[in-house]
Design a protein around this ligand. Sequence first.
Ligand SMILES: Cc1cc2nc3c(=O)[nH]c(=O)nc-3n(C[C@H](O)[C@H](O)[C@H](O)COP(=O)(O)OP(=O)(O)OC[C@H]3O[C@@H](n4cnc5c(N)ncnc54)[C@H](O)[C@@H]3O)c2cc1C
Length: 303
Amino acid sequence: MIKKSDFQQKITTLLPEIDLRLAEPMSKHTSFRIGGPAEVMAFPKNVEELKKLLHTAKVLDCPRAIMGAGTNILAPDGGVSGLVICLKDCMDGIERINDTTIRVFAGVTMARAAVFAAGQGLSGLEFAHGIPGTVGGAVYMNAGAYDGEIAQVCKSVEVLTLEGNLITYTAEQMNFSYRHSRLQEDAGIVISALFSLEPKDQTEIRERMQELMQRRKASQPLDMPSAGSAFKRPAGGYAAALIDNAGLKGFRIGNAAVSEKHAGFVVNLGGATAKDVKSLLQQVSQRVYDHSGIMLEPEVRIW
Ligand SMILES: Cc1cc2nc3c(=O)[nH]c(=O)nc-3n(C[C@H](O)[C@H](O)[C@H](O)COP(=O)(O)OP(=O)(O)OC[C@H]3O[C@@H](n4cnc5c(N)ncnc54)[C@H](O)[C@@H]3O)c2cc1C
């Protein structure tokens, strides 16, 4: 049996009631299927458990990181030391608040939120149906697609600060911009979000969701592990077109490659490492810059 680290020993003793997994492979929890073991991965069921985790991490002076569904994370091959708190399917719940507003907890997937809204005859989340992450991750990233983004529908966000206080930010206070929210500078954990939607015929909403899903299936390599678009859209262009024009479709380092189907995606061909993906991202940025003079910036969060 492998000996527990000091931190593993202490946290399992202090928090026996919380679902804690030791040396849990990040690759099991990221859509890239990449990443070494998290020293401790925690699955809190509610805000109280989350508060206890933050408090204990502080007392034990260990690093901690938050993840949702891991669909926008490149986790390191050597693993993550300290505590990784995974909220997917944990911070659960979705409810209608009034005629036009729904509240969705951070661990709910965007697909489930969009299907719930459609079932209530509320329009606005159709764009998010095919985004494979959680509401927490989508708010943090201001995720978007097909001319929609979280900022357009978000009314407010309930956030747990790292000191353990619950606060509410209005959409304005969230400082949303392209694939950016204030939480990227001012750390805090999304607990839930209020989305402001518009009443509409359910059939129309569902048809739009299906149409967008068909467009995704036709253009994206959804059968291969990836983290979606690897690069942000640069001013004055599209990353995929710039990469394609630089002749980089299919360009490969180790087992990571620029997708043949969609040049904006980096895919794991099987057994790719974080090192492969990082080198590929660097090489692609450099070659696109040499070809077009435009510098691409990764959209995927590199841990
Ligand atoms: C096939 C595919 C298609 C995709 N298409 C799109 C698309 O169309 N549009 C788009 O925008 N993205 C897209 N993505 C990327 C990804 O799905 C989104 O960025 C998504 O919002 C990430 O959510 P997540 O729960 O997986 O977050 P994670 O990947 O787990 O985390 C992403 C970041 O958010 C932080 N975070 C997660 N949860 C919380 C929380 N509760 N509180 C605070 N911080 C948190 C993490 O620390 C991390 O920095 C795609 C990905 C894939 C694999």
